[in-house]
Design a protein around this ligand. Structure first.
Ligand SMILES: *Cc1c(COP(=O)(O)O)cnc(C)c1O
Length: 356
């Protein structure tokens, strides 16, 4: 039976990416050697790095003055590297979930952190609005998609100070006005590549403004200067990222991704609202994530939670159990997830409804 992969991360990748990686592990670029077994300084791999950086720039229409880096350590490392590089005295953060909270915790090690607003009062089921970003902050940090709770910014907010975004789980899912951000980062394993690499898009002119000593490996300027090759980068995930970027380009770019993702999410939210068993956890439609759709059992059917999950799993739906801090269900609909998988999930939801 066909499995439908709704895992939140690591998550489904395009078949194209997986096939290309398998091929390159045996014979990369006609070298007669596998990509995992060659120097990262070989001209063949340097070309991979350069193409991946360029394609990232092309797909997101990244303006002049920005650099694209691929760094080890995932998004969590960036929680600490961002304030180390950008915070002289004070920063502002929007607290929209567990990942945002972790970023805030690390930032506090480097100076004063003002949490401008938080949705923690309602278990992060909405995106705060009407907050004021202090003009004396060195930067303002947001999490564009809250993977665990299923809320998302659908446009790029304004900020009076340089803006930084964790886009781990919605990068390349829609067009982004990169010029509004000073820095965008994320782990690759949600929408781009296998785990092991983080992408960083950074505007060069915001660097070099802090007094503290920054360890060489954590200084963004090191990686800019060395073309993201200061040390051995995560070669295989970067190769996979390049394949996903090519796949996005060949499938119409980020605007086409946005349309597809929107169609998938709309179908699923409509079914959750129609089906007598379920309701969405995010009631405010404009805050609903297109990437991570969360829902719960209506109270009167609460005892069906486990049996439904079992039924869905038996029918090939994998990874739809909600995060332990939210409960219920979550289906992650990243770029690579086909519409067919959403339709299959909806069918299973309807079949179960008919049984009771
Ligand atoms: C998964 C996730 C992270 C953590 O990424 P790691 O690469 O595991 O450190 C951070 N932020 C968001 C929004 C995420 O979804």
């Amino acid at each position: 039976m066909k499995k439908h992969n709704f895992y939140a991360g690591p998550a489904i990748l395009p078949e194209y990416t997986v096939d290309k990686v398998i091929e390159a592990c045996r014979d990369f670029d006609g070298m007669g050697l596998g990509i995992m077994e060659i120097s990262h300084r070989s001209k063949e791999f340097v070309a991979v790095m350069e193409q991946a950086q360029q394609l990232f720039k092309d797909l997101l229409d990244i303006p002049q003055g920005y650099h694209v880096l691929f760094l080890g350590g995932g998004a969590s490392t960036q929680f600490t590297v961002v304030p180390m590089n950008l915070m002289q005295k004070k920063s502002a953060y929007l607290n929209t979930g567990a990942w945002a909270s972790k970023a805030i915790k690390e930032a506090r090690l480097y100076g004063e952190v003002e949490v401008v607003a938080s949705s923690e009062d309602k278990n992060f089921t909405y995106i705060p609005k009407g907050y004021v970003v202090p003009e004396d902050a060195d930067y303002f940090h947001i999490t564009s998609n809250n993977t665990i709770y299923g809320t998302e910014f659908h446009s790029d907010p304004d900020s009076p100070v340089p803006m930084v975004a964790d886009m781990s789980s919605d990068i390349l899912s829609r067009p982004v006005d990169v010029s509004k951000y000073a820095l965008i980062y994320g782990g690759a394993q949600k929408n781009l590549a296998p785990a092991g690499v983080a992408f960083v898009i950074v505007r060069e002119d915001i660097l070099g403004k802090v007094d503290r000593k920054i360890p060489t490996i954590f200084d963004y300027r090191t990686h800019i200067e060395k073309g993201s090759m200061f040390n051995t980068p995560p070669v295989l995930p970067i190769y996979a990222a390049l394949q996903t970027l090519i796949w996005i380009r060949d499938n119409g770019g980020v605007e086409a991704m946005r349309k597809r993702n929107h169609e998938k999410a709309t179908l699923l939210y409509e079914e959750i609202e129609r089906n007598k068993l379920f309701r969405p956890t995010i009631t405010n439609e404009e805050d609903r994530s297109v990437m991570n759709v969360c829902w719960v059992m209506n109270e009167e059917y609460a005892e069906h939670e486990k049996p439904f999950l079992e039924f869905a799993t038996e029918h090939g739906m994998i990874g739809i159990k909600g995060h332990r801090s939210v409960g219920g269900f979550r289906a992650s609909l990243y770029n690579a997830l086909p519409l067919e998988s959403v339709k299959a999930l909806i069918e299973v939801m309807q079949e179960y409804e008919k049984k009771i």
